[in-house]
Design a binder for this molecule. Structure first.
Ligand code: NAD
Length: 357
């Protein structure tokens, strides 16, 4: 019996998680497994009901689960709230409480979607990158931070980019281990020509690299990496980087696939794991049945592989997605000509039906 806490959240979060659960049900029935799922509120939905983006009970339930499946949080309705009780705070609380320091974002271009990207087919065909982003350190958590008044009445906003040796060691180790299961090539991204925290980052990653002589390590500055992702993305296998650089670069890499609606993610710690699509709650299309549920469905595949070690079933889900796309079915975000335009729920049904063992 596997225990999964399901947190649909806001906007299209609810819609795509509903489709991901269809896929999970299908996996249960064909593989004769049992997933015990428990649903709870998070983000704006939790603020409306409980006054906070996530309750202590939900955090406790997350800790007591084998894995968490999250949709997305946020929306205009809650944008005016004080920063500390905004929906996005739920994500930071989950990451911190569950110790989810490694965010894995695979960026693979589906062969049927090479024309959905804004880049040329020959640039993106065959792209297969894993972005490993540090998730619990760096400038998003560093102190001091704040907004202060200057003597002249103007204001001064500041944050602190800070990394300690052990934080860099554990994310680097995770990235090297993952690279061993792929093409054994790592690119570490930093800004070591300017930032002291990056000088330490580069030094520690290089040290960890000595323990993995079979993995080829190279270093690149973040500005060059942003450029190379567009110029020649096929040169990358595993990219490991800080919280801030990873946040930006993984969204850039997302667009290689044609739509952010295609990209799953896993956030891993030593004892817990959370799976979620890369995208947000997409208020512009929420409630219209237009969302692409594939990122959420592929997040379930990542859960099957990373947490439950059900590699064949993870592959079966990924193959089902590939087959449905090959047959030409498209949600609006990846549909070029209106042919075979498929709703969120139809896409979920098609993928679930296609899963075979
Ligand atoms: P977004 O990812 O929600 O949307 C960006 C664009 O991509 C929109 O045009 C949207 O329609 C489209 N899109 C996103 N997912 C899609 C899907 N599955 N299928 C089809 N199209 C899709 O980012 P945003 O607009 O910057 O943010 C909206 C809200 O989501 C904000 O409140 C933000 O804070 C929140 N957010 C939450 C998360 C999260 O929960 N992890 C991540 C990012 C943003």
């Amino acid at each position: 019996m596997y225990k999964i806490l399901v947190l649909p959240g806001d906007g299209i979060g609810e819609e795509v998680v509903c489709e991901a659960l269809k896929v999970l049900k299908r996996v249960e029935s064909i593989a004769h497994l049992k997933f015990e799922t428990k649903e709870a509120l998070v983000g704006g939905a939790s603020i409306d009901k409980n006054g906070v983006p996530i309750t202590e009970d939900v955090l406790k339930a997350a800790k007591n689960s084998d894995a968490v499946l999250l949709g997305a949080v946020g929306g205009q309705k809650w944008d005016q709230l004080e920063y500390k009780i905004r929906p996005e705070q739920a994500l930071l609380a989950l990451r911190k409480e569950l110790g989810l320091y490694a965010n894995l974002r695979p960026v693979a271009v589906d062969p049927s979607l090479t024309d959905a990207s804004s880049l040329k087919r020959e640039v993106i065909e065959g792209v297969d990158i894993l972005v490993v982003r540090e998730l619990t350190g760096g400038i998003y958590f560093g102190t001091p931070k704040g907004i202060e008044k200057n003597k002249d009445g103007s204001e001064r906003g500041f944050n602190t980019e800070v990394y300690s040796t052990h934080e860099i060691e554990r994310i680097a180790k995770k990235a090297f281990e993952l690279a061993r299961k792929r093409k054994r090539k790592i690119t570490s991204v930093d800004k070591a020509n300017i930032l002291e925290s990056s000088i330490l980052w580069r030094k520690v990653v290089t040290e960890i690299g000595k323990r993995f002589p079979d993995v080829q390590l190279s270093h690149i500055y973040v500005d060059n990496c942003a450029m190379q992702l567009i110029r020649n993305p096929k040169q990358f296998d595993v990219i490991v980087t800080t919280n801030l650089f990873g946040d930006i670069l993984s969204d850039e890499a997302a667009m290689l696939t044609g739509s952010i609606g295609m990209l799953p993610s896993a956030s891993l710690g030593d004892h817990h794991a959370l799976y979620e699509p890369v995208h947000g709650s997409a208020p512009d299309i929420a409630g219209k049945g237009q969302a692409n549920p594939i990122a959420a469905i592929l997040s379930v595949a990542m859960m099957l592989r990373c947490t439950f070690q059900l590699h064949d079933l993870a592959l079966a889900v990924e193959m089902a997605v590939r087959q449905v796309l090959k047959e030409g079915f498209r949600t609006a975000d990846i549909c070029q000509d209106g042919v075979n335009l498929t709703s969120c729920s139809e896409m979920g049904n098609l993928v679930a039906k296609e899963i075979k063992v």
